[in-house]
Design a protein around this ligand. Structure first.
Ligand code: F0G
Length: 366
């Protein structure tokens, strides 16, 4: 087998690159698509649930797919510095790719609202990080204002090259499954990813790689659900800091993906997110960050409402009796990004003296 050389190499003909583009890659993409027996059994026959584990990208999130394209294009355009606002993952990815490309990276984060793992990544890769006394939405406005005054390349998903790279996630899913899934579930924050992935599916359809499109199901946290409410949320709140966003930049893209695919964007409570977070870790052996668990929280919520059963009736009506119904949940980021949350979410560690009796008790053997 030929070795994997990153998403630009794998999907070059679908991306805005030429022979003149200096490719900056950390060999992102080609992430696992894991079959979940537990979740499949929960939905029952003929559903098959798969988990696209984007936490396995080089910096631990899906952002790397977009960043390889954005940073390669920034280098091609002879930019010297890249700038982003971030709830953490974008800054981790931008800083790593900028380091590899020899570019400076400048980061604005909402003070006190970024998980430690992500912050450590931006810092160790050499970013100049400003912790702003404001939320993500304000940070993004400040980034736009800075970019008007200084010669820096913005690498948030308002940069179209980010969207181009991120659509490769859909390509990989289709390539592995041999078709598009029937349903795709994903967390939604700034809404670049749902916009990108819907674009990916539509392109694969246009080029005849697939013959049908998935229904797109997006999930926001209840305290940060502008797309569900249909209005900006001034003070977004959720434990899922990655998606603590009140005014998504790709608002129209998300609404377009939802409506064109006859999908939904729904809100899940923090308690549902944390339940799905533990479930993935304890039943699947997959450690994700809380925001990523929103897709599985959404799956469980819609299953309870019998949403998928209704879909099954419709599919049967169309005469697809024996075919499996494929469901893909995108797990956007790695659990190690936010170890503090993991430790707070489970039973506390038991201190114990070095004594056989005490230890037997401490580990629950007696
Ligand atoms: N999941 C994770 C782990 C994220 O980091 C993000 C976004 C999302 C989901 C939502 O994706 O914004 O495309 O709708 N993180 C951004 C950041 C905002 O700055 O890292 P989206």
């Amino acid at each position: 087998m030929l070795s994997w050389r990153g998403v630009i190499d794998a999907y070059r003909s679908f991306l805005p690159v030429s022979a003149a583009t200096p490719v900056v890659t950390l060999l992102e993409g080609n992430t696992p698509l894991l079959y979940s027996k537990y979740l499949s059994q929960g939905l029952g026959e003929p559903f098959q649930v798969y988990l696209k584990y984007e936490g396995m990208n080089p910096t631990g999130s899906f952002k790397d797919r977009g960043m390889t394209v954005a940073i390669s294009k920034a280098l091609e355009a002879e930019s010297r510095a890249v700038l982003c606002a971030s709830t953490g993952n974008t800054s981790a990815s931008a800083s790593a790719y900028a380091a590899k490309a020899g570019l400076r990276s400048l980061v604005l984060i909402p003070k006190g609202a970024v998980a430690m793992g992500k912050l450590s990544q931006a810092l160790i890769h050499g970013a100049r990080v400003a912790a702003v006394d404001a939320n993500f939405d304000v940070c993004l406005e400040l980034v736009k204002a800075l970019a008007q005054r200084f010669p820096v390349t913005v690498v948030n998903s308002i940069n179209p090259f980010r969207i181009e790279g991120q659509k490769t996630c859909s390509f990989e899913i289709c390539d592995v499954l041999g078709r598009a899934p029937d349903f795709q579930l994903m967390p939604v924050g700034n809404a670049g990813n749902i916009t990108a992935q819907w674009k990916g599916y539509r392109e694969y359809l246009r080029y005849g790689r697939i013959s049908a499109l998935p229904v797109m199901l997006g999930f926001q946290a209840k305290g940060a659900a502008p797309l569900v409410l249909g209005r900006v949320v001034a003070k977004p709140k959720t434990v899922a800091t990655a998606i603590r966003i009140g005014n998504p930049a790709s608002w129209q893209g998300a609404v377009g993906a939802r409506d064109e695919s006859r999908g939904r964007i729904e809100a899940v409570r923090d308690s549902q997110i944390l339940e799905a977070y533990r479930l993935l870790a304890q039943h699947e052996g997959v450690f994700v960050e809380p925001a990523s668990a929103a897709s599985v929280a959404g799956l469980l919520m819609l299953a309870k409402r019998r949403y998928f059963k209704q879909a099954l009736r419709k599919a049967r009506g169309r005469g697809k009796k024996r075919e499996p119904i494929l469901v893909v949940c995108i797990l956007t980021g790695h659990g190690l990004k936010d170890p503090e949350r993991a430790i707070q979410s489970v039973r506390p560690i038991r201190p114990a003296p070095a004594d056989l009796g005490a230890i037997t008790k401490a580990v629950g053997l007696a």
